[in-house]
Design a protein around this ligand. Sequence first.
Ligand code: DGT
Ligand code: CA
Ligand code: CA
Length: 364
Amino acid sequence: METKIVFHIDFDYFYAQCEEIRSPELKSKPVCVCVFSDRGGDSGAIATANYTARKYGAKSGIPIVFAKKRLEERKDAVFLPVDFDYYSEMSEKAMKIMEGFSDIFEYVGRDEAYLDVTKRTEGNFNKASHLAQQIKNSIREKTKLSCSIGISPNKLISKIASDFQKPDGLTIVSPEKIDQFLESLKIRDIPGIGKKTEQRFVEMKLETIGDVKKLDVFTLNKVFGRKSGTYIYNAVRGIDDEPVKEREPSIQHGKIVTLKEDSKDYEFLLENILELCKEVHRIIKEKNQMFKSVGISFVQSDLSNKSKSKMLRNSTMSLEELEKTAEQLLKEGLESQTITIRRIGVKVSDLSESQGQRDITSYF
Ligand code: DGT
Ligand code: CA
Ligand code: CA
């Protein structure tokens, strides 16, 4: 069987990096991107933090109050609310570039993807290394984003490898290096192995992947059950035959603009909303897709977010329906609006392929 070459590409400190790109003055500061809960104040958790903030122990999943405590001495630390629409927009641009460099492209989530590049590299790891460098350069040039790439004959090892030298990493594990690469890594580095599984291994006095390799498949199956046991048995040996499956990130289409001036004036905002509707509709038409949900979003002058969406009765391609719905959402969104709005967006989701001449009126 010929050796496959699979890339796993993962953007570095993704949400926080997007914020740095939007506001370069943040680069020298600790930056935490926060999911503020509805309860107000500082309740909520950190979605991610840049590497400066991580040095102080501020990281994904911890409460915002803890992060603020840990960063107490850094008076310049910045805590920003998440702006998913903006991150999606950045992600989409970078994903398009990656897709262009792949034989098979599998979108995993906003910040990661697998690429099968076996054909275009002719299974040659040297060529693969050049290709990866080219992808990094192209993404950086067009979006300013940095990413880390893992290269190996399968998804499992590439995923581990992309995480091996972050940020801006490039880790190549050719077939003959697999054992050596895995040997000294922590068991926890295997995707899917969480705290609980790790704890069981600690109890068995096993710490590295090399240690676990000493266990036979029967022991692993007995301790973890057949499914997990077999997975672990193969994973520690670098065995994984999951193919890269074509998958595109077409979950939604959206457009967002920064307004000429911050405002909460209905007429002014409506004008912008209608313009965005036209742009979003252009994408939908081009892709021959129908949508069933419409959403609008505001980034308010204090950088907090607000969004509203509505599910339609039927899927449609109609610009008129898109505009009507967005207009209605805008009216609702502006009720009790106190602060002005800085950026405004429109998106459609719950997409489906339009199948031929279903209903001629739904095309316009
Ligand atoms: P890294 O280690 O440089 O890849 O850093 P990130 O931030 O890219 O980490 P990753 O790849 O695990 O996650 C990608 C994005 O997913 C991250 O920018 C924010 C989001 N995320 C990750 N963990 C959490 C979490 O615990 N809560 C929330 N709300 N979001 C998270
Ligand atoms: Ca990442
Ligand atoms: Ca990731």
